[in-house]
Design a protein around this ligand. Structure first.
Ligand SMILES: [Mg+2]
Length: 130
């Protein structure tokens, strides 16, 4: 695998309230050509997304404190500089209604927990190769 320089790396904002899951995602993506910024609740995610900082992709858990992944997605899509940013929702089994709502709000893709980090990386690589 070619080694990406820091400049080549795409930046991914990952929001998940389970620190262990966030860390696993971060380690896997940073093995690939990505730089990860990790937050642990919806409010922190929104604070990061309202800035001018460039994020190439956002991963949102649905069940999070302060603001859910759906709340974050809905607000993100109202921000002009984020309207086209790809968003992958991390959903749990049995959250079909949430998935439908997320699709309406403009989610790009979904991954059902528990997922393999390898599959997540493959999905993201595919997203950027389109
Ligand atoms: Mg959660």
């Amino acid at each position: 695998m070619p080694i990406a320089t820091e400049i080549d790396r795409r930046t991914v904002l990952v929001a998940d309230d389970e620190p262990y899951i966030g860390r696993i995602i971060q380690m896997k993506l940073e093995d690939g050509p990505y730089r990860v910024e990790l937050v642990h609740d919806g409010r922190a995610a929104l604070e990061r997304l309202r800035t001018d900082e460039s994020f190439d992709l956002v991963l949102l858990d649905i069940m999070m404190p302060h603001a859910s992944g759906l709340d974050v997605l809905a607000e993100l899509r109202t921000l002009p500089h984020r309207s086209g940013t790809p968003v992958i929702m991390l959903t749990a089994k049995g959250q079909e209604a949430d998935r439908e709502m997320a699709a309406e709000y403009g989610a790009t893709d979904f991954l059902t927990k528990p997922f393999s980090p390898k599959k997540l990386l493959a999905r993201i690589d595919e997203l950027f190769s389109r």
